[in-house]
Design a protein around this ligand. Sequence first.
Ligand SMILES: Cc1cc2nc3c(=O)[nH]c(=O)nc-3n(C[C@H](O)[C@H](O)[C@H](O)COP(=O)(O)OP(=O)(O)OC[C@H]3O[C@@H](n4cnc5c(N)ncnc54)[C@H](O)[C@@H]3O)c2cc1C
Length: 491
Amino acid sequence: MSTLKKIVILGGGTAGWMAANLMAKKWKNKPIAIYLIESPCIGIVGVGEGSTPTLKAFFNQMNIAESEWMPACNATYKLNIRFNGWSPSSPLNSYSHPFKSQVDVHSERSFFVNCLTRRMGLNVTTDPELFFLNGVLAQKKLKPEAAINFPFNTEYGYHFDSALLGTFLKEKAVALGVTHYQGKVTSVEQHIDGSIKHLVTDANNVFEGDFFIDCSGFEAVLMRQKLKVKFTSFSDNLFNDSAVVIPTNTPYDNSIETISTALSAGWAWEIPLANRQGNGYVYSSQFIDSDKAERELRDHLGIIDKDVNAKHLKMNIGQLESHWSKNCLALGLSQGFIEPLEATALHLVQTSIDSFITLFEQGDFTNKYQTTYNKIVNERFESVRDYIVAHYKLNSRHDSDYWKENRENLILSDALLHILDCWYKGKELTQEVVMSQTGSQFSLSSWHCLLAGNNVFPSLAVKQPGVGDLYREYQLEKFYANCSLNFASII
Ligand SMILES: Cc1cc2nc3c(=O)[nH]c(=O)nc-3n(C[C@H](O)[C@H](O)[C@H](O)COP(=O)(O)OP(=O)(O)OC[C@H]3O[C@@H](n4cnc5c(N)ncnc54)[C@H](O)[C@@H]3O)c2cc1C
């Protein structure tokens, strides 16, 4: 039985405050004190404005209503991600990856069958957004809150101001009893067995703890700098290592999708918030320098005003070999980062905390399940990596070496090769195949959206029998038009 009495979290970005909230709530009846130390001088990364539906589960777990947190964080709904210009060879100018809702069980089989039919060369409907409620709601700019008589749950994520979300979560954590301290940690002392004993701040305050959580961002002060945990880089097949960010005062236009537009050496995001728009360009510094990237983003956004400032960031893409080492757990950017194309970072933070809480409790607050935890989280990161890598591998752009090299990149995991092999050979892509990645974070639907969206299909056969389009046969257009009558407009 452990003698865990005190947990010290280093870092007050979204990861630190999420961990503080979930642990304080979960262990509120246990004699465990939680401290969080952060340095306002260092600050937070201050980007990260899109989520997956997992964030909805976080607020449900915390019993915090949308009506409370969304206005406080200038949040809007996010129903999907729209990819513009990733595959010019596709008849679709852009395609959408909608979050799957409960009602979509009625149509996803038709989508899968149509994709299979199309892979045989027959001309059937395969535009992903037509097969998902969220795709249709996003087109019509309808709120994902259904009328009371609509008997299905809807899934969606959010867009939010990350600095405001941090402040909101800080107040909630402090109200739950977390002790907040501001100061810079300048040294870390270890026990003889290498575990962490205490942290010392620039004001010479000493923070002893039984367990430490490293949420110190890319610096990974505890895990990488002190415990020397190795970092596995994903740069072999994820080339992007930099970002330039330029928020604009663009008024909210009721949009409920994240836009991702392919540029010459990466992609640009546009995220609609209630009071402004978040914009950025994620790129590879091997293919474009920071000045040119900034210029390209300004051109893309039509920003001539030099007074609109840009922020430049470097990104470490990869993950720690062990996310939990000795008496320390890494969460957030300190544990690893996969570029934000599918906005998965907070999803990984949240699922990491949930798994940790479960396994730490099962092991009586000891390191009993450390190996199990590390395996689970490593596989989750690999699964997200593979899904992101596939976006680049499947592009059909010819405008720069960046896109060509991505397409020609042969460094792919066995799990990803297995999925692509199955698709190209015209076999049915099943959940089983997708689950060949044990930690799969993306569903069969998501893989179909990605492959069909990029038009990974052979040429159409010369002879078309003219039947077999389940989208038409099952009148799915009419079905979703009727469904959408249950949803109100975004105001
Ligand atoms: C370009 C870009 C786009 C992104 N987009 C998304 C997205 O759309 N969706 C998504 O989910 N995620 C996204 N992310 C990731 C997201 O920003 C992070 O996962 C999230 O903000 C959590 O960051 P963090 O808390 O780990 O680190 P940070 O925000 O960097 O916080 C680190 C904390 O540690 C403290 N600290 C560090 N060193 C010390 C020290 N020595 N002493 C005291 N305190 C210290 C700092 O003061 C700070 O409080 C994006 C990231 C980047 C780079």
